[in-house]
Design a protein around this ligand. Structure first.
Ligand code: NAD
Ligand code: ZN
Length: 358
């Protein structure tokens, strides 16, 4: 299945399907990346043993010259020191302005390789081969970044890929917690934009959790389409794009306070989306939506409440530190009904405390 992302004058295709990897040479060719160009694959230590040989074999057969760099798995790889190492390896391989970087992995590898591609000789072509469900989110929108010790995604750029090749076969080896975390963002895309998608996710939860390929392709396509719709209206985050942060004001604070260990991003966002629904109800913006929000998240094996008590003061302080807060104000994306949200910058602390104590 093909989805075209149109942003201003540029556009790129997202190919979603079982076996898309086998088509990679043809897709690269269509994206004007022919086999006279050098390719540099960035992947991580979990993905490399599973898929790197296969990807390299497909590309070598098509006559490409390929190099690779394998980084540590997890968020630590989004650092300036790993960035520099990948840059060095690419320079040593003799990559030039005509070359392309391929990200083979989840959002971490995508963000890292994308930032390398954005800055290598002031920018070269970039291709994503996502291997996680969550990467449906990072494959649209062109945000690429590494972290600074003082903040996540602080050092970054906007750099659109030329092509996204999403092979659903590669998702089968994902650990179950990563699957659930990916579904949290899929569900988020329904909750902010499209009630019929939420209904569809409710009805197909069993099939999707069994990784029925048809359903999986459809879920990824629909979730990516929501992100495309939002981002194409607001590429540089001046307004609308902020709705993608549903559950994230709470979620980022929860993640930060548990030292990014007990909860992963998707789990923290899931709990955050329930908290946002409760806050909306408390403020009278919405009625009876938190139960349905909880139910769908539980269908996808996601947590809907904090695993342990967090001090409301500490949570609020962490929210104020989050870069999405404007001038220390608490900014929330709040659901008004299932499938619609509003951005509110004027929320007092009291109702937030109430929700955290509930
Ligand atoms: P990830 O890339 O760390 O992958 C999660 C884990 O799964 C890792 O241990 C990885 O090695 C492993 N893995 C990946 N594919 C696998 C496979 N097919 N089989 C087995 N194991 C596999 O994390 P993620 O959840 O994909 O992405 C999170 C990152 O994405 C965060 O850094 C976040 O900031 C970023 N992100 C970026 C955007 C954006 O717009 N750029 C959007 C959302 C998230
Ligand atoms: Zn997120």
């Amino acid at each position: 299945r093909r989805l075209t992302v149109e942003l201003g004058e540029r556009s790129y295709p997202i190919w979603i399907g079982a076996g898309v990897l086998g088509e990679l040479p043809r897709l690269l060719e269509e994206a004007s990346i022919d086999n006279r160009r050098k390719l540099f694959i960035v992947t991580d230590e979990h993905v490399a043993p599973l898929y790197l040989d296969k990807v390299e074999a497909v590309l070598r057969t098509a006559g490409y010259m390929i190099y690779h760099s394998i980084v540590e798995a997890g968020e630590k790889a989004k650092s300036l020191s790993v960035y520099e190492r990948v840059m060095t390896e690419a320079l040593e391989a003799g990559l030039d302005r005509q070359s392309a970087f391929l990200a083979l992995g989840g959002g971490v590898v995508g963000d890292l390789a994308g930032f390398v591609a954005a800055t290598y000789m002031r920018g070269v072509a970039f291709v994503q081969i996502p291997t996680t469900l969550l990467a449906h989110d990072s494959s649209v929108g062109g945000k690429v970044a590494v972290n600074h010790p003082l903040g996540k995604n602080i050092i970054g750029a906007f750099h659109q890929p030329r092509l996204v090749a999403y092979d659903t076969e590669l998702l089968r080896t994902l650990p179950s917690r990563e699957v659930a975390a990916g579904f949290a963002e899929v569900i988020k895309h329904g909750l902010i934009w499209d009630e019929t998608f939420v209904e569809w996710l409710e009805q197909n939860a069993d099939g999707l959790q069994r990784f029925d390929d048809n359903l999986l392709q459809e879920a990824l396509l629909r979730a990516c389409s929501v992100k495309v719709a939002v981002v194409s209206e607001d590429e540089k985050e001046r307004g609308l794009r902020a709705i993608l942060n549903l559950g994230h004001t709470f979620g980022h604070a929860f993640e930060a306070l548990c030292g990014y260990e007990k909860l992963n991003h998707g789990e923290a966002v899931a709990i955050g989306m329930v908290a946002a629904a409760m806050l909306a109800e408390r403020l009278g913006i919405a009625s009876s939506i938190s139960n349905r929000t909880r139910r769908i998240l539980e269908q996808y094996s996601l947590p809907v409440a904090l695993p342990y008590v967090m001090e409301a003061d500490a949570v609020i302080e962490a929210m104020r530190r989050d870069k999405k807060g404007e001038g220390g104000k608490l900014v929330f994306v709040l659901p008004t009904t299932i499938g619609k949200v509003e951005i509110r910058k004027d929320i007092a602390e009291e109702p937030v405390r109430d929700v955290l104590h509930a």
